[in-house]
Design a protein around this ligand. Structure first.
Ligand SMILES: Nc1ncnc2c1ncn2[C@@H]1O[C@H](COP(=O)(O)OP(=O)(O)OP(=O)(O)O)[C@@H](O)[C@H]1O
Ligand SMILES: [Mg+2]
Length: 234
C-alpha cells in the first residue's frame, strides 16, 4: 500500500465533515471515491493532501506517518493534489502556471515542460496566454499537467471532470488513465460515478462523512444499492 488513511476525522467547528474514514491505495492502482454533494470528499482529499489538519486519525504515505504534514512537504515527498475547481492562476500564463508546478524540482524542469507541451499540444500552443483565456477543459489539463511536474507518486484529483463538456470529460479521463498507466497511483474523486468506477480498481462510496460501501470497483458497479443510489440507468 502506498497510501493508507486510517480513521481520519475532519471538522469545521462543530460540523464533522469526515468521520473515521479509512481507505487504502495500492501502488499503481486507481482508487475512485464517489458520493453525493456534501458527503465530505473534498474535506477528505484536502486533509490527506495537508491543506486541512485532521482532528484525529492517520495518513501513512509510503510507509511513513505523514499525518499533519503541510502540503508543501507532502508535495516534496510525492503526494500531490489537483484541487476541486482546478485553481489555475488566471492572470499568469500557461507557462508560468507550469513553472510553479515544478517548484520542488532541482533540475530538468524545462525539459519536462517541453515534454508536457508535446503530450498536450493545446497547452504548448497557448503557453504565452493567460490561463484565464483557456476553456474549462484546457484549464483542467493545465491543472493536471502542473501537478505532474511535481513528479507525484500519488496524485489526488478532486472532481476533474466537473463542469466540462462531454469531449473534455473524455480527454480528462484519457489523461487519468495515461497517468495511471505510467505507474502513478491515482485517487479520483468524481460525481461521474459510473465512469470513475469503470476506470478504477477499487471504489469507496461516501455518505455524510462516512464510508458507506467499498470494494473492487467492478463489484460496486453491479451492486444494486449503488446502482440505484449513484449510478442510475445508462
Ligand atoms: N470551510 C468550511 N467550513 C464549514 N463547513 C464546511 C467547509 N467546507 C465544507 N464544509 C462542510 O463539510 C461537509 C463536507 O463538504 P465537502 O466539500 O468536503 O463535501 P464534498 O463531498 O466534496 O461535496 P461536493 O460534491 O459538493 O464537492 C459539508 O457539510 C460542507 O457544508
Ligand atoms: Mg467536493
Amino acid at each position: 500500500m502506498i497510501l493508507e488513511v486510517d480513521k481520519l476525522d475532519v471538522s469545521y467547528g462543530r460540523v464533522r465533515a469526515v468521520r473515521e474514514v479509512s481507505f487504502q491505495a495500492e501502488a499503481g492502482s486507481l482508487v475512485a471515491v464517489i458520493g453525493a454533494n456534501g458527503a465530505g470528499k473534498s474535506s477528505l482529499m484536502n486533509a490527506v493532501a495537508g491543506l486541512l489538519k485532521p482532528k484525529s486519525g492517520r495518513v501513512v504515505f509510503d510507509g511513513r506517518d505523514v499525518t499533519g504534514w503541510p502540503a508543501h512537504r507532502l508535495v516534496r515527498a510525492g503526494l500531490v493534489l489537483v484541487p476541486e475547481g482546478r485553481a489555475v492562476l488566471g492572470t499568469m500564463t500557461v507557462a508560468e502556471n507550469l513553472q510553479l508546478g515544478g517548484w520542488n524540482r532541482r533540475s530538468s524542469l524545462k525539459a519536462s515542460i517541453d515534454e508536457l507541451y508535446s503530450r498536450f499540444p493545446v497547452l504548448g500552443e497557448r503557453r504565452q496566454l493567460p490561463a484565464s483565456a483557456l476553456s474549462g477543459g484546457e484549464q483542467q489539463l493545465l491543472a493536471i499537467a502542473r501537478a505532474m511536474l511535481a513528479t507525484p507518486r500519488v496524485i489526488l484529483m478532486d472532481e476533474p471532470s466537473m463542469g466540462l463538456a462531454p469531449r473534455a470529460v473524455d480527454e480528462v479521463f484519457r489523461v487519468i488513465e495515461e497517468i495511471r498507466s505510467t505507474g502513478t497511483t491515482v485517487v479520483l474523486v468524481e460525481q461521474n460515478a459510473r465512469r470513475a468506477l469503470r476506470a478504477a480498481d477499487t471504489g469507496y462510496v461516501m455518505e455524510v462523512g462516512e464510508v458507506a460501501h467499498s470494494g473492487p470497483a467492478g463489484e460496486l458497479l453491479h451492486d444494486q444499492r449503488i446502482v440505484h443510489a449513484y449510478l442510475g440507468l445508462e
